[in-house]
Structures are given as structure tokens and as C-alpha cells.
Write a protein that binds this ligand. Structure first.
Ligand code: DON
Length: 303
């Protein structure tokens, strides 16, 4: 495994030249786009790591999976899905178009920003910080880490430039899908700014792969919730590239604009990838190529 990961990183490092770091969040724009790394944690608790990446990076949209699980654990699936749909979309992650069309009366799914804002508003907690704190604790339970915290610089940078997300939150308020606009926006941006290591991502992936059971055998998420999370990862996890990713890679995965990808191979392994150069859909360009090869070489597709 170690040799395979090193070979694939070597092969795909040049791919990073064809992508670009996210530019709309100043702190993310300053990242070195030539980085690419991967961590795999297998079901027998072996950790393999290859490539070059910072110790910690922010979850960004990967947090939408964790927030969804917590909201469902807090409220039950019936309440959550009365306010957000389950269908994939061909539109970009931060699209306002569907909300404006008003055809559906609720965001299409929890992995686009409109849906994620609704989901986060449902997480129990009196303040935005309290909601984010509960997401952090769930991540700590899944990973066994005690070092999960918010990158305050990224949070501030996002908060100051969150014009589109704020607009989405106001539309959601108009539709009676959320209550407090600023608190919801703050909680959502805090969750996006939570820092993890590549190993944390892999351990989250393994926890989902084991239907809610951690690498060290603690049951922290109900089976039906982890199954739901992986299903959304397949249908909506890579935004409007989810279909192509399912065909070429076939592994439940969720990306974020910082360049991270969380991937989960049922009953086998969790994978964390980092590569901040993104393709035009907002997914790590090197990361997607890397996962495609890894899936083919180890026959990991779930289909
Ligand atoms: O909502 C935003 O703009 C970001 N903080 C998170 C978006 C994100 O990661 C989308 N990913 N591809």
C-alpha cells in the first residue's frame, strides 16, 4: 500500500499544475497549489501516508456531511428532510438559481450551500459557537483527536466575503426555512473553518465505512445515519461532478474548496486527500485523479 500511494502521488503531482486554488476566500488563495497528499486508514487500523501537505487544513464543504449527521441525530430525519431535499443538482454548489425559481420550496439537498445552511440551523445549540462546538465534538469522537478547532483567520476571511451565502440565507429566511440569518451564517462559516489533518479525514471515512463504528471500535453514529451520509456523498458529494466521479472512482466522497476530500470505502478503509489546486467544478484536481487510479488499482468501486 505504501509503495502504491507513493507511486500515485508521484504520477499525479504534475496534474496539480492544471488547477487553481479557491480565489474567493483570500486565505485559501494563498495556499501552495503544487501540494498533493493522501492518508489511508484501513479496517485493521493501519495508517499509510504519502505526499506533501500542511499538518492542518480547513474542512470547508466536507463539514456538510458532519453537520447533516448531527442535525439528523438531533432532530430525526423526518424533520430535517421536511426542510431540505434529497436530490442531486447539476448547478454549482453556491447557486442561487434554484432557490429563486421557487419550484421546490426547499433546497435540493444538504450538500449545496442553501441546503447546508438549513441543516446547520437545525443543529441544537443556543449560539453559533455552541453549534460549531458540537460539530467539533462529533469529529473528535469519530477521530479520537482532541485537537480539533476553528481556524479563526479563515473564519474571519470567509465572514467578511460571504455575500452570496448571506444572500442565500436571506432567501431561506423568506421561505421560512431558517429563523436567524446571521447566527445561521456564522455557524455555517465556523463549521467550514474547522481544521483537520489528513489522518482525521481518513478516520472519519473509516468510521462511515464501518457504519458508525470508529477505528478503535466505539459506536458513535447510528447505522442509518452513516448510511445516509455515504449515500449523499455518492449522489451529491462532489457537487456537479458527482456523476462522473461515481463512474470513474465509485467511492462515496465529499470535497471542499480548501482542497480536501473525504472518502469512505465500505467495510474496508477511510481515505483523506489534500490538494488545494481545484478543477473548474471546485474539486481537488490532483485528488480526483489520485482517487481514480487508487480505486482502479485496488478495485474499490462500490458498484
Ligand atoms: O460556502 C462556502 O463558500 C465555503 N466556505 C465552503 C464551500 C465549499 O467548500 C465548496 N466546495 N467545493
Amino acid at each position: 500500500m505504501q509503495k502504491l500511494l507513493e507511486r500515485l502521488i508521484e504520477k499525479h503531482l504534475p496534474t496539480t499544475r492544471y488547477g487553481k486554488c479557491a480565489e474567493y476566500i483570500p486565505v485559501l488563495a494563498e495556499q501552495d497549489p503544487s501540494q498533493l497528499g493522501i492518508t489511508v486508514v484501513t479496517k485493521d487500523q493501519k495508517v499509510y501516508q504519502a505526499g506533501r501537505f500542511p499538518k492542518r487544513f480547513t474542512l470547508q464543504s466536507i463539514s456538510k456531511v458532519i453537520a447533516l449527521m448531527l442535525a439528523v441525530m438531533d432532530n430525526g430525519d423526518r424533520k430535517v428532510f421536511s426542510k431540505v431535499g434529497m436530490e442531486p443538482t447539476g448547478d454549482p454548489f453556491n447557486s442561487i438559481y434554484n432557490m429563486e425559481m421557487m419550484k421546490w420550496k426547499k433546497p435540493l439537498n444538504p450538500m449545496i450551500n442553501a441546503g447546508a445552511l438549513v441543516v446547520t440551523s437545525l443543529i441544537k445549540g443556543r449560539t453559533a459557537r455552541e453549534k460549531a462546538g458540537r460539530i467539533i465534538r462529533l469529529i473528535e469522537e469519530m477521530t479520537g483527536s482532541k485537537e480539533i478547532e476553528v481556524d479563526e483567520e479563515v473564519f474571519r476571511s470567509e465572514y467578511e466575503t460571504a455575500h452570496r451565502n448571506r444572500a442565500l440565507a436571506h432567501l431561506l429566511k423568506e421561505l421560512n426555512l431558517i429563523d436567524r440569518v446571521e447566527e445561521t451564517l456564522e455557524a455555517y462559516l465556523l463549521q467550514c473553518s474547522i481544521q483537520v489533518t489528513c489522518e482525521d479525514l481518513a478516520k472519519i471515512g473509516l468510521c462511515l465505512a464501518r457504519y458508525g463504528q470508529t477505528f478503535d471500535n466505539r459506536m458513535v453514529i447510528p447505522v442509518y445515519v452513516s448510511r445516509m451520509a455515504k449515500t449523499f456523498m455518492v449522489t451529491c458529494g462532489m457537487y456537479n461532478e458527482s456523476g462522473e466521479f461515481a463512474i470513474k472512482v465509485g467511492i462515496p466522497a465529499k470535497s471542499g474548496v480548501s482542497g480536501g476530500i473525504l472518502a469512505s470505502v465500505p467495510m474496508e478503509m477511510g481515505i483523506g486527500v489534500f490538494g488545494p489546486a481545484l478543477n473548474e467544478k471546485g474539486n481537488s484536481i490532483g485528488g480526483v485523479a489520485l482517487l481514480e487510479d487508487l480505486s482502479r488499482e485496488l478495485d474499490l468501486s462500490i458498484f
